[in-house]
Write a protein that binds this ligand. Structure first.
Ligand code: NAD
Ligand code: TYD
Length: 349
């Protein structure tokens, strides 16, 4: 691994950015966005390629000379130190990201989300990185009642092993800013949707099951509320944070679009011309957070960012993407995935 110091025009790149978890859902969408928006940046894309990492998410990007891919683990100090050579900015997407898997067992979540973040923070500090963006989540706040919104000063009260591990990483970042004045910025975003999302999360799981004329498992009464944001809007928020965010700050990011799961499921059913008989109500998720909703007025006011993609439009575009790219998800929904499905839902698909 020898990081190049030139970009494709054979000139020194304006910035070098390390994107961890770059082969996952949001990381890969972020690399796509950077290639469009920042053609003079050099991107070091690092990913250990767990079950959720997929080089097919980066197919076009890997041919670009401004992108250098490293298969590596954020828990390995040597790997991250090498990847950080001459890097100005780090965006840490790398994580175990699925709540249901964290309930089945959370060892990998503690390893990557907590230890991995600590290893990356230490190496980035040693490398004198100028901006470290930690991609946290609104799930660190826990669950809301029927009213109100999480602000950046709401107490952290995570309820799942996943959100507890993300809260630990989020607080480590705070501590590195307070203790060492290391320029960390934390974002806490709501539920993303869009292309390249692993089909274990609600939207891609339900869309792909329905395309195959299978049932969709709704947990409990289906009245849990989530705020949904298109992944592209999340990525533009991260770019705004890199360019205009203040070190030590936290920014909530969301779609101003909170709605009950059943309402969303009915939109998907309608677009795919399916009836409600495709719904299977299954046992609720243990510790299931009832409602998430974020107040994004800080990032809107201070960084002049706002979400642009209308939900109905973004959702239909996303469903179309899964319809048009069956080879992408059919390759995933085999082998280990089927074992996970059986363990999680008690049925085979
Ligand atoms: P994802 O599971 O699709 O991708 C995670 C990526 O990290 C995968 O490519 C995986 O291979 C990689 N990875 C895992 N462990 C690693 C390790 N030890 N070293 C290097 N790479 C490793 O997740 P996502 O949905 O793209 O989420 C990305 C980040 O955004 C996560 O930190 C998540 O907590 C956060 N987030 C996600 C959402 C959402 O709705 N998906 C919302 C808010 C915040
Ligand atoms: P998910 O996509 O797993 O995101 P998160 O748990 O991080 O919010 O789930 C979104 C919502 O959908 C959540 O309330 C759980 C619910 N859900 C189901 O009802 N059935 C399912 O099979 C899945 C995966 C999720």
């Amino acid at each position: 691994m020898s990081p190049s110091t030139k970009n494709k025009n054979n000139t020194k790149p304006e910035k070098r950015i390390l994107v961890t978890g770059a082969a996952g859902f949001i990381g890969s969408n972020f690399v796509h966005l950077l290639l469009n928006e920042k053609p003079n940046w050099h991107i070091v894309a690092l990913d250990s390629l767990t079950y959720a990492g997929n080089l097919a998410n980066l197919t076009d990007c890997l041919e670009n000379q401004n992108v250098e891919f490293i298969k590596g683990d954020i828990c390995d100090p040597q790997t991250v130190t090498q990847a950080l050579a001459n890097v100005d900015i780090v965006v840490n997407f790398a994580a175990e990201s699925h709540v249901d898997r964290s309930i089945l067992g959370c060892q990998d979540f503690i390893r990557t989300n907590v230890t991995g973040t600590q290893v990356l923070l230490d190496a980035a500090r040693a490398a004198n990185v100028k901006r470290f963006i930690q991609i946290s989540t609104d799930e660190v706040y826990g669950s809301l009642g029927p009213e109100g919104y999480f602000t950046e000063t709401s107490p952290l009260a995570p309820n799942s092993p996943y959100s507890a591990s993300k809260a630990a990483a989020d607080l480590l970042c705070r501590a590195y800013f307070k203790t060492y004045q290391f320029p960390v910025i934390v974002t806490r975003c709501s539920n993303n949707y869009g292309p390249y999302q692993f089909p274990e999360k609600l939207i891609p799981l339900f869309v792909t099951n329905l395309i195959e004329n299978k049932k969709v498992p709704v947990y409990g009464d289906g009245l849990q509320v989530r705020d949904w944001i298109h992944v592209n809007d999340h990525c533009t928020a991260i770019l705004a944070v890199i360019e205009k965010g203040a070190p030590g700050e936290i920014y909530n990011v969301g779609g101003n679009n909170d709605r009950p799961n059943l309402e969303l499921v009915k939109m998907i059913l309608e677009y795919l011309d399916k009836s409600e008989s495709s719904i299977e109500y299954v046992t609720d998720r243990p510790g299931h957070d009832r409602r998430y909703a974020v107040d994004c007025s800080k990032i809107e006011r201070e960084l002049r960012w706002e979400p642009n993609i209308d939900f109905a439009e973004g959702l239909t575009r996303t469903i179309d993407w899964y319809k048009e790219n069956p080879q992408w998800w059919q390759q995933i929904k085999t082998g280990q995935y089927l074992k996970y499905y059986q363990q999680q839902y008690g049925v085979t698909i």
